[in-house]
Design a protein around this ligand. Structure first.
Ligand SMILES: Cc1cc2nc3c(=O)[nH]c(=O)nc-3n(C[C@H](O)[C@H](O)[C@H](O)COP(=O)(O)OP(=O)(O)OC[C@H]3O[C@@H](n4cnc5c(N)ncnc54)[C@H](O)[C@@H]3O)c2cc1C
Length: 621
C-alpha cells in the first residue's frame, strides 16, 4: 500500500489544484488537528488524510473551491485507505486508469472526452446478503431456477429437498427455491429461519405455491429494508421478489439519470413489468399504469421519463420494491400529497385459495392497501399518474455548500455556478436525485405527528407545532455532547391518507413526518433505544392522545408510547377504531371471494400481526 506524505499531498492539492490564489497559510489551518480529539481521530484513521479533509471543508465553507476540485480532493482524502485501494482495484482497467488520471489532476472534461462508463461499480459486489455469493452450504438446497425442461425432473427428484412448484402451464419452469436458509433484513435487526424461501417469476407460480402449502404461513419480502418484524418467521415460507443472489446487486446506473433509457432486460417478466393503459376518454391529463410488485422506484422513474407520466410522490429510495412500498404504506412529501397507496386504483393478488383476485372499489382499496399482506401475495398494482411536471430548484448557496462538504460534492450551486442558478428537471429526477443511499445500513425511526388546526382559525394548520417538533428534536441532539443521532434528521410535511391503517389517516391539516437516523456501527443498542424513546416522548407531548403514529417500516416495536408498549399502544389507542374497521372491510371482501378472516390469520399472518390484528393465538400458532 502506498505510504502517504500528508504534507506533500496538501501542498500538491492546494497549489496545483483547488485553491488558486488562496493564501497558503497551512500551519494555521492545520493547528486544530493537534488537539487531543483530532489526534485520536488520526490514530484511528491513520490512512485518511485528515489535513486535506479539513482544507477541503474550509475551502467549501469559504466558497473557494469548485465542484470538480472538491470531488477530486474528497477522493484524495481517502486515496490511501485500504477500502479505496480494494474498490479501485475492482474497477476494470479503463476505468481504473481514468480515475487515477482524475486524481492526478487531469480535468474531468478531458477524461470524459474519451468516453466514461461508471458501471459496473464495485459497490455492486457488496450487496449480496451472504457477502457476494451463496455459501456452498446453502447451494445444495438450490434446486432449480428459470426454465427447466421436464427431462431434468428426474435429476431434481434425487435431491434431498425437492419442493417443485411449477411456474407455467406446460410444467417446464420450476420456481427457484432454497431450504432452511437464514433470513436477515437489510438492517440486520430481524433474523429468522424460514423453512423454504421461494423466488417466483410468474403469477401462476404463486398460485401453485399457495395451493401446494395449505398448512404453512407465507410472508413476502422485497429488498428487506423494513426494520420492523413483518417478515416470515422460523418454519414459515418466505416469498422473495428479489433474487437471493442479487438482493440488490446492481448499483443503479448513475448515467441513467441523464438518459431516457429503460433497461429492457430488467423490466421483463410478469412481476417486473410496467404496462401503460390507453388514455381514458375525457381525461387527457391522467393515465393508469399497471406495475408488477418487483418493480423498483428507479425502474418506474425510467419508465416515467420515457413515457411522460409521473406519480406526484415517491419514496426517496431508488431500490426498494413496489410490493414493499405498498406493504409498509410509504409516503413521499408535500402538503398537498397523500400517501403513495392513495394513488393506487387497483390491486391484484393471489388469495388464500390460490385464486387471482383484484380490487378496484375505493372503500375496499382503503383496507386492502393497508393490511400488511394479510390478504395474500400482491402481484400488481395500478397507479393513477399525471402528465409529467417539473421541479425547479433555486437553493441558497450556503445550504448546498454545507451538504457538499458532507456527501454531495457535486451538488449545485457551487462557486463556479452563476448567482441566480435555477435547476429545472422532470419531477421523478428531482425526487430521486440522491443515489444509492439504500446501500448504507442505518438505524432509523420515523414518527408521524398530526398538524393541529390553528386555535384562532380551525380551517388553517397550526405551524407552531411543526416548529416545536423540529426544535424539540434538535434540542435532544444537542442535549448530549455525544449524541446517538449520528446520521441525519429529516422532516417532511405531507397531507393525510384515506388508507385505514396509514399513519397519516385523519390528519386533515397535514402530517409532520420526522425521522432520525444513525450509523449502525457507531451506536450501541442501548444508546440508540434511549435516544429514540426520548424522541418519542418529546413528540407524544405535542400530539393529541393516541394520535402519534410510527412509520410502519421503520423501528418502532421496542418503544413505549405514553407509557404503553408499542404493540399495545397501536392496538388499544393509536389504531383502536381502525383495526376493527379494516378487519370488517376485509371480512366483507372475503365473503365475496370465499375466504374468512381466520384463513388470513392462519396463512398470511405472523406473530406481530397476530398481536395487532387478531390478538388471539391462531389455530396455526
Ligand atoms: C434509502 C431509503 C429511503 C427510504 N425512503 C422512504 C421514503 O421516502 N418514504 C417512506 O415512506 N419510506 C421510505 N423508506 C422505507 C422503505 O420504502 C420501506 O421500508 C419499504 O417497505 C422497503 O421496501 P422493500 O422492497 O425493502 O420491502 P420489504 O422491506 O422487503 O417488505 C416490506 C413489507 O411489504 C410486504 N410485502 C412485500 N412484497 C409484498 C407482496 N408482493 N405482497 C404482500 N406483501 C408484500 C412485506 O411482507 C413487508 O411487510 C426508505 C428506505 C430506505 C432504505
Amino acid at each position: 500500500m502506498p505510504v502517504h506524505d500528508s504534507d506533500s499531498s496538501l501542498n500538491r492539492s492546494l497549489s496545483d489544484q483547488y485553491l488558486p490564489g488562496a493564501p497558503h497559510n497551512f500551519n494555521s489551518l492545520r493547528a486544530p488537528l493537534y488537539s487531543s480529539k483530532a489526534t485520536a481521530l488520526a490514530d484511528v484513521h491513520p490512512t485518511v488524510d485528515l489535513d486535506l479533509l479539513r482544507q477541503l471543508a474550509d475551502g467549501v465553507r469559504s466558497d473557494r473551491i469548485g465542484s470538480e476540485d472538491a470531488t477530486r480532493a474528497l477522493c484524495q482524502v481517502f486515496e490511501d485507505t485500504f477500502t479505496f485501494e480494494v474498490l479501485h482495484g475492482q474497477l476494470n482497467s479503463d476505468l481504473k486508469a481514468k480515475v487515477s488520471a482524475f486524481l492526478s489532476g487531469t480535468p474531468a472534461d478531458d477524461i470524459a472526452a474519451k468516453g466514461f462508463d461508471p458501471t459496473p461499480a464495485p459497490l455492486s459486489l457488496h450487496r449480496h446478503p451472504f457477502g457476494g455469493r451463496v455459501p456452498d452450504a446453502h447451494k445444495k438446497h438450490h434446486l432449480f431456477g428459470g426454465r427447466a425442461r421436464a427431462k431434468v425432473e428426474e435429476t431434481i427428484d434425487t435431491l434431498e429437498h425437492r419442493p417443485i412448484v411449477y411456474e407455467d402451464h406446460e410444467r417446464t419452469m420450476i420456481m427457484e427455491v432454497y431450504a432452511d436458509i437464514p433470513f436477515l433484513n437489510w438492517q440486520q435487526n430481524v433474523q429468522t429461519r424460514p423453512a423454504l424461501t421461494f423466488v417466483p417469476s410468474t403469477v401462476l407460480g404463486l398460485q401453485n405455491l399457495i395451493k401446494a402449502y395449505p398448512h404453512r404461513r407465507i410472508r413476502c419480502s422485497g429488498y428487506r429494508h423494513t426494520r420492523s418484524d413483518f417478515f416470515a418467521e422460523d418454519g414459515d415460507i418466505l416469498v422473495s421478489f428479489v433474487s437471493l443472489h442479487y438482493v440488490a446487486s446492481v448499483l443503479p446506473g448513475m448515467i441513467s439519470m441523464f438518459s431516457d433509457r429503460i433497461n429492457e432486460a430488467e423490466l421483463s417478466g410478469e412481476l417486473r413489468s410496467v404496462q401503460t393503459f390507453p388514455p381514458r376518454a375525457g381525461q387527457p391529463d391522467t393515465q393508469r399504469v399497471r406495475v408488477g410488485v418487483a418493480v423498483t422506484p428507479e425502474e418506474l422513474r425510467e419508465w416515467a421519463i420515457a413515457d411522460g407520466w409521473s406519480l406526484p410522490v415517491d419514496v426517496t429510495a431508488d431500490e426498494v420494491t413496489t410490493g414493499g412500498i405498498v406493504g409498509s404504506m410509504c409516503h413521499g412529501s408535500g402538503f398537498a400529497h397523500k400517501s403513495i397507496n392513495d394513488y393506487i386504483r387497483s390491486v391484484e393478488y393471489v388469495d388464500v385459495n390460490g385464486v387471482v383476485q383484484s380490487i378496484t372499489d375505493a372503500k375496499e382499496l382503503h383496507a386492502a392497501l393497508g393490511c400488511f399482506g394479510l390478504m395474500g401475495i400482491i402481484t400488481h398494482i395500478t397507479y393513477e399518474v399525471k402528465k409529467m411536471t417539473f421541479a425547479v430548484m433555486q437553493p441558497p448557496r450556503w445550504q448546498s455548500q454545507i451538504l457538499a462538504t458532507g456527501n454531495m460534492a457535486v451538488l449545485s450551486p457551487l462557486t463556479t455556478d452563476p448567482e441566480d442558478l435555477t435547476i429545472k428537471t422532470k419531477l421523478p429526477n428531482a425526487l430521486h436525485f440522491r443515489r444509492g443511499r439504500h446501500y448504507a445500513r442505518s438505524r432509523n425511526m420515523e414518527i408521524e405527528l398530526p398538524i393541529p388546526p390553528l386555535a384562532t382559525d380551525n380551517s388553517k394548520p397550526d405551524w407552531l407545532t411543526v416548529r416545536k417538533a423540529w426544535w424539540g428534536a434538535v434540542n435532544l441532539v444537542y442535549s448530549s455532547a455525544n449524541s446517538p443521532m449520528r446520521l441525519a434528521m429529516d422532516m417532511r410535511i405531507t397531507g393525510d391518507s384515506d388508507i385505514i391503517m396509514a399513519p397519516q389517516r385523519g390528519n386533515s391539516h397535514g402530517t409532520v413526518a420526522l425521522e432520525i437516523g444513525s450509523v449502525t456501527d457507531t451506536v450501541t443498542e442501548e444508546e440508540w433505544q434511549t435516544f429514540c424513546q426520548s424522541f418519542v416522548d418529546m413528540l407524544t407531548a405535542l400530539a393529541p392522545e393516541g394520535k402519534l403514529r410510527p412509520h410502519w417500516g421503520k423501528e418502532w416495536v421496542k418503544m413505549r408510547f405514553g407509557g404503553l408498549p408499542a404493540r399495545e399502544y397501536i392496538r388499544t389507542s393509536a389504531y383502536k377504531t381502525e383495526i376493527p374497521e379494516c378487519l370488517a372491510m376485509l371480512q366483507k371482501i372475503g365473503k365475496r371471494q370465499s375466504w374468512t378472516l381466520n384463513d388470513l390469520h392462519k396463512r398470511f399472518s405472523n406473530k406481530l400481526l397476530d398481536d395487532l390484528f387478531f390478538h388471539e393465538p391462531s389455530e396455526h400458532a
